[in-house]
Design a protein around this ligand. Structure first.
Ligand code: NAP
Length: 312
C-alpha cells in the first residue's frame, strides 16, 4: 500500500523472494505510479488504497506510508481482515499504537513493525558474545543514527504526516536498546531540537537506565554527518557495531571487540535483513506468534512518547 522508495528498492524484492508469499498487487494514489510498479514487479496495479482492502485474495498488506497515515490505513486494513506489516514508526503515539494492537487482537491478525535491522545476523553475533560474558557485565549501551538533510519536500519534514527525527531516526536506536538490554528501561532525560523553518524535530537524544543501573544513551537526527552504529561498554571490554541499522544485502559489517591489550575486528557475512523481516512476518502468521510483536509495538511507542514528553 503506497509505492514508496523503500518498497521498490528493498521490500517488494524481498517479498517476491520468499516462497509461500505471492505478490498480488500494488496500490498507489497515482495511476502512473501503480502501473510502473505493477510492470516492474509483475503484479496487478490498483489505484486508491481502499480498493486493495476489498480484495478477498489478499491475506496480508505491507504498508510503507508515512507514519501520520498509519492510524487510518492500518486500522482499515485490519478491519478488512488483513495481516499488516507496517514501516517504522508504526504509530504516532502510544494511544494510536494501543488502538491498532487491540484491533489486530480482536480480529485475530498479526500487526508487525518493520525494524528489519534486528533480523541481521550481526546482532545475533553480538548478543551471543554478551551472553558468553565476553566483555564482562554491560555498563553502557550507546546507539547513534543520523543522516544528512534531505530535500525539505520529503515527508520527514512534515509533522502533519508524521515526520520528524523522533519517529524516523530515533526509532532505530530505541529498538536497538530494547533488543540488547531488554524491556526494563526508563527514560530519564531527553531533548528534541525543532527546525525553525519547518517546525519539525530534526535531532535529539535521550538517556535511559534500568533497575541494575545499566544506562543507555541514544543520539539521532536528520541534519548530521552519517552515523549508524552502536557501542556496548562492559566491565571487561567493549563491542562496536559499525553499520548497525542499514547494512545492505551485499555489505559485510564490522564488529569490533576490544579488551585489555586486545582488539579483534570481525567481518560479518553479508545478510539480507529485508528478507529476514519478511520471513519473520511469515513465521509469526503461520505460528500465530502475535504477542511478541504486539508487545514490541507498544513498548516502542511508549518509549518514543516518553522521549517526546521529557524533551519539553
Ligand atoms: N525500515 C527501514 O529501514 C526504512 C527505510 C526507509 C524508509 N522506511 C520507512 O518507510 C516509509 C516510507 O519511506 P520512503 O523513504 O520509502 O518514503 P516515500 O518514498 O516518500 O514513500 C511514501 C509513500 O507513501 C505514499 N503517500 C501517501 N500519502 C502521502 C503523503 N501525504 N506524503 C508522502 N507520501 C505519501 C506514497 O505512495 P503513493 O504515491 O504510491 O500513494 C509514497 O510513495 C516511512 O515510514 C519510513 O520511515 C523504513
Amino acid at each position: 500500500m503506497g509505492c514508496a522508495v523503500i518498497a521498490e528498492k528493498s521490500m517488494i524484492p524481498a517479498i517476491k523472494s520468499v516462497s509461500n508469499f505471492k505478490l498480488i498487487a500494488v496500490a498507489s494514489r497515482s495511476n502512473e505510479k501503480a502501473d510502473r510498479f505493477a510492470e516492474q514487479f509483475d503484479c496487478e496495479a490498483i489505484v486508491g488504497y481502499e480498493n486493495l482492502l476489498s480484495r478477498s485474495d489478499i491475506d496480508a498488506i505491507y504498508i510503507p506510508l508515512p507514519t501520520g497515515l498509519h492510524d487510518e490505513w492500518i486500522n482499515k486494513s485490519l478491519r478488512a481482515g488483513k495481516h499488516v506489516l507496517a514501516e517504522k514508526s508504526i504509530a504516532y503515539d502510544y494511544h494510536s499504537a494501543l488502538k491498532m494492537v487491540n484491533n489486530a487482537k480482536s480480529n485475530g491478525l498479526l500487526l508487525m513493525e518493520n525494524f528489519m535491522f534486528q533480523y541481521h545476523s550481526q546482532h545475533q553475533f553480538v548478543a551471543d558474545l554478551l551472553l558468553k560474558g565476553d566483555i564482562g557485565e554491560i555498563r553502557v549501551f550507546r546507539a547513534n543514527f543520523g543522516f544528512p538533510p534531505m530535500p525539505k519536500t520529503n515527508f520527514r519534514y512534515n509533522e502533519i504526516v508524521g515526520g520528524g527525527a523522533l519517529l524516523d531516526a530515533a526509532g532505530y536506536t530505541v529498538r536497538a536498546i530494547h533488543f540488547m538490554l531488554g524491556n526494563d528501561l526508563v527514560v530519564k532525560a531527553a531533548n528534541l531540537y525543532f527546525d525553525p523553518e519547518t517546525g519539525t524535530n530534526i535531532y535529539g537524544g535521550a538517556f535511559l537506565d534500568n533497575s541494575k543501573g545499566v544506562s543507555a544513551q541514544i543520539a539521532f537526527g536528520m541534519d548530521h554527518y552519517y552515523q549508524c552504529n552502536y557501542e556496548i561498554w562492559g566491565s571487561e571490554g567493549k563491542i562496536i557495531a559499525d553499520r548497525a541499522f542499514t547494512a545492505k544485502p551485499d555489505y559485510s559489517p564490522l564488529i569490533i571487540v576490544e579488551k585489555q591489550d586486545q582488539r579483534a575486528a570481525y567481518q560479518m557475512p553479508p545478510d539480507n535483513h529485508f528478507v529476514g523481516s519478511i520471513k519473520e512476518f511469515q513465521r509469526a502468521i503461520l505460528t500465530k506468534d502475535f504477542d511478541k510483536h504486539f508487545d514490541q509495538v507498544l513498548l516502542q511507542s511508549k518509549t518514543l512518547d516518553e522521549i517526546r514528553r521529557l524533551s519539553k
